[in-house]
Write a protein that binds this ligand. Sequence first.
Ligand SMILES: [Zn+2]
Length: 185
Amino acid sequence: MKLQLKCEKCKQNFNKSVAAAFEEYKVGYVVCNECKKKNSRYISESDLLMYFVCSATLYTLAVVAIYLLLNLLGSVNVFIIYGIIAFLFVGMFFLSKYICYYIYVMAPFKKEWKDKQLDEDAAGIAKRMRWQFIMFLLVALMFGSQPNLIIYCFVLLVAFIAVVGIKVNLCLRNEKAQLNIKSTK
Ligand SMILES: [Zn+2]
């Protein structure tokens, strides 16, 4: 898949506009930064939740990787460890951008209604998503900083991701019901 997204109206780079919409948890049509026009793809709550599940999984893997690095490579020069951690974060930064472009273009599980507008409480969704993110960070930080609790941390994070995964499923079903889309399966 191409990483270079273009605005449908002015053909300028559209990546920044898409990434900002996902990172700020904005439901609705993405407005181009350049020409200020709306594009046809509608970002709904299920898109945002899918993005959340993917990035939460990514963060969890990073936490585990960092934990293993600090423990297994304890005798290695700290600068090398910090270098690897920095590299990991840069990689995660690009990967999470890629995930939102992917969801935007491919609209996984919701191809049939990716351009359809839904009746959603945009402010409420943004608020819930932000809280969800804060809770996730708190769990990761609280337990991640206690090496003896790392297993609980891992289990909790996986449970957290599973719960949001269930939310994605429910949300997709609601959107389908709202638009009266018959299941194709
Ligand atoms: Zn434009």
